[in-house]
Design a binder for this molecule. Sequence first.
Ligand SMILES: [Ca+2]
Length: 143
Amino acid sequence: MGVVIMDGSTVRAFVRDEEEFNKSVDESFAALDLNNDGVLSRSELRNALESLRLLESHFGVDVVTPPEQLTQLYNSIFERFDCDGSGTVDLQEFRSEMKKILLAIADGLGSCPIQMVLEDDDQSFLKKAADLEAAKLESNNPE
Ligand SMILES: [Ca+2]
């Protein structure tokens, strides 16, 4: 477990690093595509959102959302991802939506750094953004 400090620029740098970003997004897409058919179904995306706990907690504070409201929320998120209305989310749709979400988080953070406590095995995008920044700082100051 470690504490990282990040602000909007940490997240933006991660999104701009296309190679690193696509690699991370592709990895999560593959992990979410439970039946390996190359697209995410409504329930696969819902599993993903539930595992991210984005909706159930705000900055570590648990909030209780009524189930019917959650379903509505998950449906509207699915429809945002599914740009062409095909009923499934493909890799391109997933990449472009994750990019928008992370940039929105970056805007939300702005230049006001927050402290985040991350588990070592945390595979979240924010953890990857922090790791990437740390790796770059290290290669700039090699000691
Ligand atoms: Ca699938």
